[in-house]
Ligand binder design. Structure first.
Ligand SMILES: C[S@@+](CC[C@H](N)C(=O)[O-])C[C@H]1O[C@@H](n2cnc3c(N)ncnc32)[C@H](O)[C@@H]1O
Length: 396
């Protein structure tokens, strides 16, 4: 079952073992071992470690001894430790494998020890230790004001799956990323849809500060607009409606959040906790989306492990599940006409109305987009576009 997961960035020097991105559920089973009261793992002496290779082996052992939770940056201790060590040294993630045998000077060794202590002893996520994370080949500033980017949407965007549904990228003009966090998806959307204006909404002022840094760093101030808003409450709907409303909202049930390993509790609870059954924000977003969509608009939602719950409550909206490489298929797409039909028939509950199959008329009287019906298969991305490899997260 997919839940809040983590695409890590390829963190391995060329020639070393391939890094797998992970997008997995925080390993709740290990939470007790790494819970708030767990003793901090002391780091063994490092005076003898001369090369990056020796530090890497040491770090992997330290991860295992401390039972660190993985899944925010990479799915294996090797990959995450390599990411951490390379970035602490300021070396590129795609460094040649020869860097492993480079001798480190005393200042570099102090930097590595201090960084590892934060990760192993304090259980600070590696991305926060180095203040950066990668998604879709882009670097983002991250700190404890935002969740570490690891959305499945990157796979659907880069593979072109989403574009199969929206129509050609250049035809997409108005997009909104609800629950933007670091702004990573808003930025990827703006780059993917080159003529689009992207509204990026978050309730957290801290998250919006981080998003502003990232939007500026990627040179997108003119096309990505940040809004502090509780879902759509403070954001006026665009005159012609959104072509795409996209959201990776908080969707973990509160009880899951209560049991998270310490690493995941460094992330803002607001970013993870979707209420008693995980659906709080999703219900609101779907209630408020219909009047904000263009006639042929789409809603795309990442829902983690809530697929069955979504089908139970919103199956009448014709949820179209996008296939992901690891089979978790936790992103669904909903057409504007299905939402409108449900909204006009059942108002807030959005229940009870199932639109008729086939091409239906939108409220504007134009044909609805030729989207596959629910249950139909969305073509998988071409193999060359499958840039993301994921595994299950686990403890080291
Ligand atoms: C899972 S994070 C997603 C962040 C980012 N889109 C990503 O994929 O990395 C969810 C975000 O939703 C924000 N959020 C939570 N409740 C919200 C609400 N009621 N209205 C707007 N944003 C909210 C949180 O602050 C957090 O940044």
């Amino acid at each position: 079952m997919a839940t809040r997961s983590s695409p890590s960035r390829r963190a391995s020097p060329r020639g070393a073992t391939a890094v797998k991105r992970t997008r997995t559920r925080p390993p709740t089973g290990s939470a007790a071992a790494s819970g708030p009261g767990a003793p901090a793992a002391p780091l063994a002496p490092t005076g003898q470690l001369a090369t990056l290779r020796a530090w890497l082996a040491f770090a992997e052992r330290a991860y295992a001894d401390a039972g660190l939770a993985l899944g925010q940056v990479a799915s294996t201790a090797h990959d995450e430790a390599l990411f951490l060590l390379l970035r602490l040294l300021g070396w590129p993630l795609d460094s040649d494998a020869s860097v492993l045998d480079q001798r480190l000077d005393p200042a570099q060794r102090i930097t590595l020890r201090q960084g590892l202590e934060r990760r192993v002893r304090d259980r600070v996520p590696a991305a926060y230790v180095v203040g950066q994370a990668w998604l879709g080949g882009l670097r983002f500033h991250v700190d404890e004001r935002v969740i570490i980017p690891r959305s499945y949407f990157v796979e659907h965007l880069l593979s072109g799956q989403l574009e199969l549904l929206t129509g050609p990228a250049r035809s997409v003009r108005r997009v909104v990323d609800v629950c933007t966090g670091s702004g990573c998806l808003a930025i990827l959307l703006a780059r993917h849809f080159p003529r689009a204006t992207v509204d990026a909404i978050d309730l957290s002022p801290g998250a919006l500060e981080v998003a502003a840094l990232n939007v500026r760093a990627h040179g997108l101030d003119r096309r990505v607009r940040l809004h502090r808003s509780d879902v759509f409450a403070a954001v006026p709907a665009p005159a012609d409606g959104y072509d795409l409303i996209l959201s990776n909202p908080p969707y973990e049930p509160s009880a899951v959040c209560d049991r998270l390993p310490e690493e995941f509790r460094h992330e803002p609870r607001l970013a993870l906790d979707g209420g008693r059954d995980g659906l709080d924000i999703i219900r609101r977003l779907l209630r408020e989306a219909a009047p904000r969509l263009a006639p042929r608009g789409l809603v795309a939602l990442e829902v983690g492990g809530l697929r069955a719950a979504m089908e139970h409550e919103f199956g009448h909206l014709g949820l179209l599940w996008l296939p992901s490489e690891d089979g978790s298929d936790c992103v669904c797409v909903i057409r504007a006409d299905r939402l409108r039909a449900a909204a006009s028939a059942g108002a807030t509950a959005l229940k009870a109305v199932a639109a008729k199959p086939g091409r239906s008329q939108t409220s504007a009287g134009r044909p609805a987009p030729a989207l596959p019906e629910a249950g139909a298969k969305v073509p998988a991305p071409p193999a060359r576009a499958r840039l993301v490899k994921r595994g299950r997260s686990s403890t080291a």
